[in-house]
Design a protein around this ligand. Structure first.
Ligand code: 5GP
Ligand code: MG
Ligand code: MG
Length: 183
């Protein structure tokens, strides 16, 4: 590995490519069983959910359509402000649809609890959430997350869609950053 490679900025690997793929496939099987042939509108939250959307969508056997939203809840820091702004809205009318939000990670849960309420106000048949990762603080917010890939400790992670200063999204695994990156 070259010292300029993105991999050299990582401290340790939390979940390998294989572990992620296996868990995403398990979630897809659960979702297929729950929806029983009903069509699902997958809503991906840009940009972090790009990888989980792509893999989940390909693992599902149900009929699906996909749409994307971009919201901002963080400023430049790493703390959720609770103030959510829609940067890009859905193009799909949600009336009567079974909506499944695909997320990379739930930290404070503030973004998603706002988003779920927002989507519910548009008249869908249902709104559920699938997140690959969930941190412990999410328990403080009253939000029902039906599908969770992995519960993780309170550490800042990158890879598989998750960024630090917009980098590391392209890693096919999830890990923590080496201190030299942010110190
Ligand atoms: P929440 O409102 O749940 O605190 O914010 C969730 C969003 O914060 C995620 O979609 C993600 O963009 C960002 N976030 C929270 N924890 C992490 C983390 O450990 N790593 C990265 N890269 N982003 C995180
Ligand atoms: Mg996200
Ligand atoms: Mg980010």
């Amino acid at each position: 590995m070259d010292s300029n490679d993105v991999e050299s900025d990582l401290k340790h690997v939390l979940f390998s490519k294989e572990q992620i793929q296996q868990r995403v496939n398990e979630l897809a099987a659960e979702i297929d069983a729950d929806y029983q042939g009903r069509e699902i509108l997958l809503v991906g939250v840009l940009k972090g959910a790009v990888m989980v959307m792509a893999d989940l969508a390909r693992a599902l056997h149900s009929h699906i359509t996909m749409d994307w939203m971009a919201v901002s809840s963080y400023g430049s820091g790493t703390q959720s402000s609770g103030v959510v702004r829609i940067l890009k809205d859905l193009e799909t009318d949600l009336m009567g649809k079974h909506v499944l939000i695909a997320e990379d990670i739930i930290d404070s849960g503030l973004t998603l609890s706002w988003l779920k309420a927002n989507l519910l106000s548009r008249g869908p048949a249902s709104v559920e959430i699938c997140t690959l990762l969930r941190k412990p603080d999410a328990a403080k917010v009253d939000i029902d997350v039906k599908y969770v890939g992995f519960n993780i400790p309170n550490e800042f992670v990158v890879g598989y869609g998750l960024d630090f200063a917009e980098k590391y999204r392209n890693l096919d695994f999830i890990g923590t950053l080496a201190p030299h990156v942010y110190e």
